[in-house]
Write a protein that binds this ligand. Structure first.
Ligand code: CA
Ligand code: CA
Ligand code: CA
Ligand code: CA
Length: 406
């Protein structure tokens, strides 16, 4: 499993009666080799617990270790990637792997336990035991929802961001494809719901944390995103729960909603024919800072207007705000509590194939069920067509070690 090596080290150090293993600096014993013997950019290992004697070094994957097989004791990872230390050759994931974090500055070394038989470098810790992206399956919907579907095959898609800042397109067939090679962790909001540019293809909108700018990433129709366009020149860091909504105003164009941190007001930003956003309109007079998730669900109750789900932070309750023309109607309670154990809440249309909009969630550490517990469970709550939801069903357990789903 993905036991941090440091935890294992602490156990080993105790077992072996070692006192100062792992930490360098003024307290390092003169009997130990200097950690700087390992060149920056390399992973190094020694056959001794104190890092003396012959040193192994590599900066590339090693499917087998030859004469070093089952000999790694002291190790240091001066690469910028995670090192997966597998007990079996050929990076066998069946038994998992011990993860050693990137440590280019060589602040720490430790004990690999002597059972390592292959070594692989990866960008995220989860890749030591799983593919970089989770598995996602969606049934084919009877008709196009107009959102949630980046490649227009009537299967709901999800974009997943990993901890290395890459973006993955999950097309609903349990496969994933890299559509963003990096840099996405600079975004502090990412949302999508339908077409903003007017070409019929779903687009994504993201807020850049460092500048408060809002960017439109036009969908190419294949799951990938094209060159971005600036649609908000600044000030978006004053907003929270930036959410692509669907067409609330009734002009056929997708709109955006967001809550203002300073006032708790909810605003609608209407989409225009150019992909830019028009002048905002107040649609919620206050209290929206009390909501810690907004979801543009599409039409959940069959009245032709797209609806909003909102999670109340203080209570963990889930509310339905039915869409009206350019406004939201009075709310209805659809989830009586416990929703704060959810991490992502996604409205990607009909996932179950019955034509009704469903809710997709991923969990945080507070989630417990017989099927799955903790971070990384993924559930589908089938929409009833009345605005309410059926009980959630766990449909994935490998959504941990990521940085958001959109
Ligand atoms: Ca699709
Ligand atoms: Ca578009
Ligand atoms: Ca509706
Ligand atoms: Ca459905």
């Amino acid at each position: 499993m993905h036991t941090p090596l440091r935890r294992r080290l602490a156990t080993l150090a105790t077992t072996l009666g070692l006192v100062s293993i792992g930490f360098l600096g003024t307290g390092a014993s003169p009997a130990q080799a200097a950690i700087s013997d390992c060149p920056k950019g390399y992973f190094c290992a020694w056959k001794t617990y104190d890092g003396t004697g012959t040193m192994f070094q590599t900066k590339t994957d090693k499917a087998t270790l030859g004469g070093w097989d089952n000999t790694f004791r002291a190790v240091v990872n001066r690469t910028s990637e995670f090192a997966c230390l597998h007990d079996d050759p050929n990076y066998d994931q069946a038994s998992g792997a011990v993860v050693w974090n990137p440590d280019p500055a060589a602040t720490e070394w430790g004990n690999a336990g002597g059972a390592v038989s292959s070594l692989k470098f990866v960008s995220t810790a989860r890749e030591c035991s799983l593919p970089a992206h989770p598995q996602w399956y969606a049934s084919t919907a009877p008709r196009a929802a107009g959102f949630g579907d980046l490649n227009a095959d009537r299967r709901a898609d999800i974009l997943v961001r990993d901890k290395a800042g890459r973006l993955w397109f999950l097309g609903g067939d349990n496969t994933g494809r890299l559509v963003g090679t990096g840099g996405w962790n600079a975004m502090s909001a990412l949302t999508r719901h339908g077409d903003f540019t007017g070409d019929g293809r779903e687009d994504a909108i993201a807020r850049e944390a460092s500048t408060g700018r809002l960017w439109l990433y036009p969908g190419t129709g294949s799951g990938a995103l094209g060159s971005r366009e600036l649609i908000g020149t600044g000030g978006w860091n004053g907003m929270r729960e930036i959410t692509a909504y669907g067409d609330l105003t009734g002009d056929g164009r997708s709109d955006l909603i967001a809550a203002e941190k300073s006032t708790g007001r909810l605003y609608l930003y209407p989409g225009t024919s150019t992909g830019a956003l028009g002048s905002r309109k107040l649609i919620g007079t206050g209290g929206w800072n009390g909501m810690n998730a907004l979801v543009g669900m599409g039409d959940t109750n069959g009245d032709g207007h797209p609806d909003l789900y909102a999670r109340e932070a203080a209570t963990g309750k889930l509310y339905l705000y039915p869409g009206r023309t350019g406004a939201l109607g009075g709310r209805t309670l659809i989830g009586t509590g416990g929703w704060n154990v959810m991490d992502d809440l996604l409205g990607v249309g009909d996932v179950t194939g019955d034509g009704r909009a469903d809710l997709v969630t991923t969990t945080n550490g507070g989630y417990v069920s017989p099927e799955c517990r903790g971070t990384g469970c993924q559930l589908v709550y089938a929409g009833r067509g009345t605005g309410a939801l059926e009980r959630g069903v766990v449909t994935g357990t490998d959504w941990w070690g990521l940085n958001g789903a959109f």
